[in-house]
Design a binder for this molecule. Structure first.
Ligand code: ACO
Length: 366
């Protein structure tokens, strides 16, 4: 069933100047749904890794920058601290560290890669893509390399794209990275957004496997472009290229309608889990660990409640890293794997929502 039939996403946010700036298309409901057809290759995650910049920015630090408090941030979001990249670090620097760790974990050399996908909204520059920069720095072969832009759902979109390339035999070994340097597009005078965001990167190596019972067994992708205005960065693209005016109007920073996003986040992630369960014929109790996008602890708890999940089966690390957009789910997956929370035979789900608006999830059997 199309996602837009299930998601009551029709309510509109209050029209603002932002809508004029973004020019969203009026009928952008869209479903992109996919799974590995029988008889094709399965795609297995053979290694993961993540890298966080060393600098920690605590809630106490933020109290000195904007009118906020540690108590408010913890109570409303669950976040205690976040990491901030050094001034000289860009997305490809963070991506390189995470990619090396994932490749080591997978006992895979860069020379074995035949596709590189990087999910990000804060690449080093508009072009060339961060994936191309990463290919060069890894010393990988001259294979396909591209960035995937789907906001916080980016890693899921990229992982599902890797799955499809592997399923059809177009690729055997794919590097998938989620990386953000959100501190560069954060308005540090806006307390409604700056307390939520952080920098970080994670990576996974996905390989073709003949073991059909394991791997990424299903994927669900969705988007609703009519809601793009709820989470966007107006300046810097072809609509509003950089000018003195765009700088003065602070258009090169992330803008967000937090309350509207909150509701869509809960609905879309809960429905994505249900759709994934339907696709693979499983029940909620079959999921060993749910790994949701780390945007707000209250969103995660609301998703768990809708699904009748106890929180001990839901992975949370938002307190340490805040929202690193497309990097959160892969960072969380690596932490969950390395702390022994996932074992052979376990079913896990990664689920996210983000700018676009987008949402999506993958079911993985280990
Ligand atoms: N410190 C203190 N007070 C604050 C802060 C802050 N940092 N931020 C907002 N407030 C105030 C507001 O001004 C408001 O005050 P008022 O009642 O006097 O007007 C009050 O707190 C309540 O504001 P709400 O917006 O209703 O607070 P809410 O509980 O909804 O929390 C939040 C806001 C945390 C933004 C929440 O809506 C949320 O998490 N939304 C989803 C955000 C998200 O997931 N975005 C997507 C990811 S971002 C990305 O993609 C990179």
């Amino acid at each position: 069933m199309p996602v837009h039939d299930e998601l009551p996403l029709t309510e509109q946010s209050t029209p603002t100047d932002a809508q004029t700036l973004l020019h969203p298309s009026p009928h952008a409901d869209r479903l992109a749904e996919s799974h590995v057809p029988k008889g094709l290759n399965s795609a297995v995650i053979t290694g993961t890794g993540f890298y966080m910049p060393e600098k920690v920015l605590t809630n106490a630090d933020l109290e000195k920058m904007v009118d906020t408090s540690d108590e408010w941030i913890i109570e409303r979001t669950g976040i205690k601290e976040r990491r901030i990249a050094r001034p000289e670090q860009a997305a490809s620097d963070l991506a390189l560290e995470a990619a090396r760790r994932a490749l080591n974990d997978a006992h895979t050399r860069p020379s074995e890669l035949d596709l590189i996908l990087v999910a990000t909204v804060t690449g080093d520059m508009l072009f060339p893509s961060t994936a191309c920069l990463l290919q060069d720095r890894l010393g990988a072969p001259k294979v396909g390399a591209m960035d995937v832009s789907a906001g916080c759902t980016g890693f899921i979109y990229a992982l599902d794209t890797a799955r499809q390339h592997i399923a059809t035999g177009a690729a055997r070994t794919v590097l998938v990275v989620g990386v953000e340097v959100l501190s560069r597009i954060t308005d540090w005078t806006d307390r409604g957004t700056c307390v939520l965001l952080g920098d970080g990167s994670g990576a996974a190596v996905v390989k073709q496997s003949e073991h059909k019972h394991v791997g990424i067994v299903a994927g669900v992708l969705g988007a609703d472009g009519s809601r793009g205005v709820d989470l966007y960065m107006p300046g810097g693209g072809s609509r509003h290229p950089a000018t003195e005016e765009t700088l003065r109007k602070r258009m090169h920073y992330l803008k967000m309608n937090g309350n509207a996003i909150f509701k869509v986040a809960v609905r879309s992630m809960a429905q994505t889990v249900t759709q994934l369960l339907d696709k693979i014929g499983a029940k909620p109790e079959d999921i060993k660990l749910l790994i949701p996008h780390q945007a707000n602890l209250r969103i995660i708890e609301a998703v768990a409640k809708q699904l009748h999940f106890s929180m001990d089966r839901v992975f949370v690390n938002i307190q340490k890293y805040a929202n690193t957009s497309s990097a959160t789910t892969i960072i969380a997956l690596d932490e969950a794997r390395k702390t022994g929370l996932i074992g052979p035979g376990d079913l896990t789900m990664l689920v996210a929502f983000g700018a676009g608006l987008t949402w999506g999830g993958v079911a993985i059997r280990w």
